[in-house]
Ligand binder design. Structure first.
Ligand code: ZN
Length: 291
């Protein structure tokens, strides 16, 4: 789950004022002007503080899960084997309607918004691309929200084993798709409102936590773990050996992200909960072999 922006040199522009009104239910009336600063700062104020009770978040997330199963022509079971672009579009609208009173997507659409599923994207589960077609960072942008169908289909290949996405335990592929879509929705919100953003920073994490109950922002929790398991047959807890400064070390896999975190017993290391002292090494998966 990443985001990228295709930058072009910027020229100054003069911000325009707005004629858009808010309806009583909070949705916007009239034609939305692209990149309307008044409108965007109103959204900023809301997104920055709004909180939901955990039960409310879970209720809506479950509802979206159920509605997707009911309405989709492709997704016929929680561990679906087909998914269409229309499923992604419908899902994001359901999120917008429930969590944001339908205010985010129309404002993004006023600038330019497209959704797609990619089978060629194999490194990240989702991404949000921001284009500046006028070559100007202050002008209307084009947002593209993409989910990787390949990575979705890679999760829950073995049934029954839950996986963690965005710090939340998912029990099926549809839940995993929801978590990835939620993550990318937050990227869209940050780009739309603040024209920058990063899921490793506080603002992103605060929004993802308050709206969707995410506790982790990392991109490749499942994919790297799966890769470690499938390609290198390495899992958390395994004893492994690796070369470090011409020495061969033996340790235990403690965590797998981009690299594996290996704990090696050493009197100079930090003390862990088991009472032993360990040094921590970050080792690329391909450099490990089972001890
Ligand atoms: Zn991200």
């Amino acid at each position: 789950m990443s985001q990228s922006r295709t930058a072009k040199p910027s020229r100054p522009t003069i911000p325009r004022s707005t004629g858009t009104q808010e309806n009583r239910d909070g949705s916007f009336r009239g034609k939305i002007k692209p990149r309307d600063q008044t409108l965007l700062s109103r959204l900023a104020g809301e997104v920055a503080i709004r909180t939901f009770a955990p039960e409310q978040i879970e209720r809506w997330q479950r509802e979206i899960h159920e509605q997707t199963l009911r309405l989709s022509r492709s997704i016929n079971q929680p561990n679906f084997s087909r998914v269409g672009r229309d499923d992604l579009v419908r899902m994001l609208h359901m999120y917008d309607d429930r969590f944001f009173a339908g205010k985010i997507l129309p404002v993004a659409q006023a600038e330019g918004l497209s959704f797609s599923l990619s089978s060629r994207m194999t490194r990240v589960a989702g991404k949000l691309v921001t284009n500046y077609p006028q070559g100007n960072h202050a002008a209307p942008r084009q947002f593209e929200l993409v989910l990787s169908s390949t990575l979705l289909f890679q999760t829950f290949e073995e049934t029954g084993r839950p996986v963690e996405v965005t710090g939340r335990l998912c029990h099926d592929r549809l839940e995993a798709m929801q978590r990835v879509a939620e993550h990318e929705f937050v990227h869209l919100i940050e780009m739309l409102i603040w024209n920058d953003g990063n899921c490793s920073e506080t603002r992103f994490q605060s929004i993802a936590q308050r709206y969707f109950g995410h506790t982790d922002y990392r991109h490749d929790l499942i994919t790297q773990r799966e890769r470690a398991l499938i390609k290198f047959d390495i899992r958390i807890g395994d004893e492994v050996r690796f070369r470090h400064d011409r020495r061969m070390l033996i340790g235990r896999v403690n965590r797998i992200t981009r690299r594996a975190t290996i704990l090696v017993e050493d009197p100079k290391g930090e003390r862990f909960s088991d009472g032993q002292r360990y040094l921590r090494f970050y080792v690329p998966l391909e450099k490990l072999s089972k001890a």
